[in-house]
Design a protein around this ligand. Structure first.
Ligand code: G3P
Length: 304
């Protein structure tokens, strides 16, 4: 399991700048013990999954993307927009991330306005990169240009598909409100692509031919357990942001299991976006189950 270094003064100052999520009440003499606790979002577009989590007070927002909208049943842009609009209304005033699907700067800026009109709590999700992979002659800096244009217009962004610290820094410099490092996909990739006998994480460090294709910092790619590589990414970004007083929030994404939830909290994530099936288990533990069975059994001694 990921074991971070002790928090630096800069990291502690960063925590101090985070918003209050559990406000104290004048009429209540007990101050809330987790006033600045971590925020948890649900990574889903399915209303039936989100509603019980919302009612239980477990979540402080949601994130969506085209894959999640497809899973929620959207078969056209019109249907996708209807789902997004309904989710914005359901969550209001909590934030809802809605992803751009256009691929060129002007169209993306225009679509941001269209998505922004779906709810005052809409956050515009902008893919960091990948444009040359999907557009012939695509501009690799499209995402960064759009982030800056939206910042200039006072529109909040969540920059998605972040896989290394330099992407996180450039996104922040462009004006990102949040960045979403996909931590779960990092060990997935390494496990699938690493060449045996070389340093663990070699596939992530050299993603392509030649030195110019170096794709990650050495810290994330190697030097620890492969399964912790995603948490190391969060830790690295958190420390760099802290060192430079960057207030862009780190929204840890692509979480696979409860262990990664804990690791993200240890690593300094500001917000975690977690799939509904993982969130559904947060109150459970096998020892909680057997403990309850024991208490119930023993309470029968005095319940008559
Ligand atoms: O929020 C990003 C997330 O939906 C990506 O998750 O499971 O497709 O890697 P995954």
């Amino acid at each position: 399991m990921f074991t971070p270094a002790p928090n630096s003064a800069a990291m502690l100052a960063r925590r101090d700048r985070m918003p209050v999520i559990n406000a104290n009440k004048k009429t209540n003499p007990i101050k809330h013990p987790a006033a600045k606790g971590p925020r948890i979002f649900c990574d889903s577009a399915v209303k039936a999954d989100i509603l019980p989590l919302l009612k239980a007070g477990l979540i402080h927002g949601i994130t969506t993307n085209p894959t999640l909208l497809k899973k929620a049943g959207a078969k056209s842009w019109k249907e996708a927009k209807a789902i997004m609009k309904e989710l914005c209304a359901l969550l209001y005033p909590l934030p809802v991330s809605l992803e751009l699907t256009e691929l060129t700067e002007e169209k993306m800026v225009k679509q941001a306005t269209e998505l922004g009109a779906l709810g005052k709590n809409a956050i515009i999700k902008v893919p960091m990169g990948g444009y040359p992979a999907v557009v012939d002659g695509g501009d690799p800096f499209t995402g960064l240009k759009v982030i800056r244009r939206l910042w200039e217009k006072g529109i909040k962004t969540n920059v998605t598909l972040i896989f290394n610290t330099t992407q996180a820094v450039w996104a922040a410099n462009a004006g990102a409100t949040y960045i979403s490092p996909f931590l779960g996909r990092v060990p997935d990739y390494i496990n699938k692509n690493d060449k045996k006998g070389l340093t663990p994480g070699n596939s992530l460090y050299w993603m392509g031919e030649g030195e110019m294709k170096s794709a990650n910092s050495e810290y994330v790619a190697s030097g620890g357990e492969v399964r912790d590589a995603g948490a190391r990414l969060i830790f690295e970004i958190a420390n760099v942001y802290a060192n430079y007083g960057i207030t862009t929030e780190i929204l840890a994404a692509s979480i696979r299991n409860p262990v990664q939830v804990t690791e993200c909290l240890l690593a300094g994530a500001d917000i975690l976006t977690v799939p509904a099936n993982v969130l559904a288990t947060v109150a459970d533990h096998p020892l909680s189950d057997s403990g309850m069975v024991g208490f119930l059994e023993d309470s029968k001694a005095f319940s008559a």
